[in-house]
Write a protein that binds this ligand. Structure first.
Ligand code: FES
Length: 145
């Protein structure tokens, strides 16, 4: 089978699907290379991610990566959430096929876009290079794991 059980489970039974109420930040990123779009919603209270959800217009692994990203974000401090990487999402999924690893990159970029909005709203200093919105590039170019 092309995808492992974890990936299939997060595709067939994704966690945290759909918009959430009282959202603090939304990050939406598209990949011009494949056309997939990921939107991440975050509610952050007391410095922690109290709720994370997603909407994805994309492939099976994009849905699985978005789902896993929200699971990894829940109950984390925003400082830890800011460190979430595509490699971590990929590892938690048990590994994506090489030609699908950019789906984890897209999920990471959507999380970073949401956190960037949160930082700006709360006037929290952040590294603008690390949280740059790069909406017109091929996520595959950033696949270094
Ligand atoms: Fe491009 Fe899934 S095929 S994000």
């Amino acid at each position: 089978m092309r995808y492992n059980e974890v990936v299939m489970d997060h595709f067939m039974n994704p966690c945290n699907v759909g918009a959430i109420d009282d959202v603090d930040a939304i990050g939406e990123i598209g990949d011009d290379g494949c056309g997939d779009v990921v939107k991440i919603y975050l509610r952050i209270e007391g410095g922690r991610v109290q709720a994370a959800s997603f909407e994805t217009l994309g492939c099976a692994t994009s849905i699985a990566a978005s789902s896993m990203a929200t699971v990894l974000l829940e109950h984390q401090t925003w400082e830890r959430a800011a460190l979430l990487t595509a490699a971590e999402i990929n590892d938690a999924l048990g590994g994506l096929p090489d030609d699908k690893k950019h789906c984890a990159v897209l999920a990471e970029r959507a999380v970073k876009a949401a956190l960037r909005q949160y930082f700006m709203k709360k006037q929290i200093a952040y590294n603008s290079d690390a949280f740059a919105i790069v909406d017109d590039s091929d996520a595959g170019e950033r696949c270094d794991f």
